[in-house]
Design a protein around this ligand. Structure first.
Ligand code: ZN
Ligand code: ZN
Length: 409
C-alpha cells in the first residue's frame, strides 16, 4: 500500500496550533491516575474534531475516528506527569503541584515528555479528520493515563475498553527520548523490559536490644534476604540471558537498643524473557520464605507495587513499519536498536485482545543541543526540555506514517 503523507502536511496554522497545544500541556501536568483536567481537555479537543470520545479507566480518554470501510488501527499516547520540580527555566515551565496518595503535596512536571505524545496524537487526529479523502477505515486513539505507575493501561482494559470500542488489528505507540530530533529508534521483537516491583515486610519479634534471645531480629533476617537475593542473577539465570534485581529501599527500627518487630524493603526486577521473569520471581519467593524459616520467623508479607508487561514489537509488523519510516522520514533517520531495560505498560493494551503492537522512540534534541549539553538531561531529569521542532513534527509524521501504512487510500 502506498501512502501520500504530502497530502497531510502541516500548514502554518497547524504548526501554530500544535505549538500552543504543547506549551499549554507542558505547563499543566498532572500526576498518574489524577489526569482529570488533562482528560477533560483531550475529550473536548476530540469532540470538537468530530470524534466519538469517552472517558475510560478513570482518567483515560478514547477517541474513535470513523471514515468508511477499512481496517481498525489503534494509536496510544500516555498522558501523565511526574512528581518532580521542573528546573528547565522555560517560559512555559510547569509550576503545577499535586498530591501523592499519602496526601503529600509535590511539584509536578511533564518530566518524561508525555506532553509531546498527547500533542502529536491530537494533531494527527486533527489532520486525519480534515483529510478524509486520503484514508479510509477507523482509528482508535487511546489517551492512556498512569504510564509511570503501570496502572493506566490496566485501568482502561479493566474498564471494558475493548467492549466499548472497535477492536484494532494493530496498535502503535511512541515515546520521546533524548536522541536526535527527526530520527526514530525502533526494535524488532522485544523493545523494553518487563518490570516487577514488590514491597516486602519482614516479620520478627520485638525485644530489648540487650535480650536478643527474646527476639526474632528482622534486621539480621532482612540483611540475609538482601544478600541471598543477589545470587539469583549470578547463580540462577542463564549467563546469556539478562535480569536485574535491585533493592531500592530498606527501612527498620527507631532506636539502637530496640530490636524492632518488622523491617521493610522494596525491590525491582527487570527481565526481557517471560521464562526468566518466572524463574526470578519464583526464586525470590523461595528465598524470602526459606530465610524467614531459617530465622524461625513467620512468612514475610509480599505486596506487589507494580508490574510492567513486556513491550514486544511484532517482528513482521515492525519490519513493515521500518520500511515505511525509511521511505517517509529518510533512511538515515531510522535506527534499528536493541531492547532497553526501561519499561512501559503499552504492551498490555494489545495483549488484552491478542493483536500485534509496535512501539518506537522519537528524538527530542537538535544537533546543536546534542553538541552543546554534557551531560544531556533526558527523561525524568528536572532539566529535560525537548526542542519543540523538529521534535513535534517528527512525532506527528511517525504517528501518521504508522496509521497510514494501514489506512491510506
Ligand atoms: Zn514516559
Ligand atoms: Zn517516564
Amino acid at each position: 500500500m502506498s501512502i501520500e503523507t504530502t497530502e497531510l502536511e502541516l500548514s502554518g496554522d497547524h504548526m501554530t496550533a500544535m505549538h500552543d497545544l504543547y506549551r499549554y500541556l507542558h505547563a499543566n501536568p498532572e500526576l498518574s491516575m489524577q489526569e482529570n483536567r488533562t482528560a477533560e481537555f483531550i475529550l473536548k479537543e476530540l469532540t470538537a474534531l468530530g470524534l466519538e470520545a469517552f472517558v475510560c479507566g478513570g482518567t483515560g480518554v478514547v477517541g474513535v475516528l470513523r471514515n468508511g470501510d477499512g481496517p481498525v488501527v489503534g494509536f496510544r499516547a500516555d498522558t501523565d506527569g511526574l512528581p518532580m520540580q521542573e528546573d528547565t527555566g522555560l517560559d512555559y515551565a510547569s509550576t503545577a503541584t499535586g498530591r501523592l496518595a499519602d496526601g503529600t503535596e509535590v511539584p509536578v512536571m511533564h518530566g518524561c515528555g508525555h506532553d509531546t505524545h498527547i500533542t502529536a496524537a491530537l494533531t494527527v487526529a486533527r489532520l486525519l479528520s480534515e483529510a478524509p479523502e486520503s484514508w479510509s477505515g477507523t482509528v482508535v486513539f487511546l489517551f492512556q493515563p498512569g504510564e509511570e505507575t503501570a496502572a493506566g493501561a490496566k485501568a482502561m482494559v479493566d474498564d471494558g475498553l475493548w467492549d466499548r470500542t472497535p477492536k484494532p488489528e494493530v496498535i502503535y505507540g511512541q515515546h520521546v527520548w533524548p536522541g536526535l530530533a527527526g530520527t526514530v529508534n525502533i526494535s524488532r521483537g522485544t523493545a523494553m523490559a518487563m518490570a516487577d516491583s514488590w514491597r516486602i515486610t519482614v516479620k520478627g519479634r520485638q525485644s530489648h536490644g540487650s535480650q536478643p534471645e527474646q527476639s526474632i531480629d528482622p534486621i539480621v533476617l532482612g540483611a540475609h534476604m538482601v544478600v541471598r537475593i543477589q545470587t539469583i542473577v549470578s547463580r540462577e539465570v542463564h549467563p546469556m540471558k539478562s535480569a536485574v534485581v535491585t533493592i531500592g529501599t530498606f527501612h527498620a527500627g527507631l532506636k539502637e537498643n530496640i530490636i524492632p518487630a518488622t523491617a521493610e524493603f522494596t525491590l525491582n526486577v527487570r527481565t526481557f524473557d517471560p521464562e526468566v521473569r518466572e524463574r526470578v520471581l519464583g526464586s525470590l519467593r523461595r528465598i524470602l520464605k526459606a530465610e524467614a524459616d531459617a530465622s524461625g520467623a513467620p512468612e514475610p508479607e509480599i505486596e506487589e507495587i507494580s508490574s510492567f508487561p513486556r513491550c514486544y514489537n511484532d517482528p513482521e509488523t515492525a519490519d513493515a513499519l521500518i520500511s515505511e519510516f525509511q521511505r517517509v522520514l529518510g533512511e538515515d533517520a531510522v535506527n534499528e536498536v536493541p531492547p532497553v531495560m526501561g519499561s512501559e505498560d503499552f504492551g498490555l493494551l494489545a495483549e488484552a485482545i491478542g493483536v500485534p503492537s509496535v512501539y518506537w522512540m522519537f528524538g527530542a534534541f537538535t544537533q546543536e543541543t546534542l553538541d552543546s549539553a554534557d551531560p544531556l538531561p533526558g527523561n525524568h531529569s528536572p532539566y529535560f526540555a525537548p526542542d519543540i521542532e523538529p521534535t513535534l513534527t517528527t512525532g506527528v509524521r511517525a504517528a501518521m506514517t504508522s496509521l497510514l501504512s494501514r489506512l491510506a487510500r
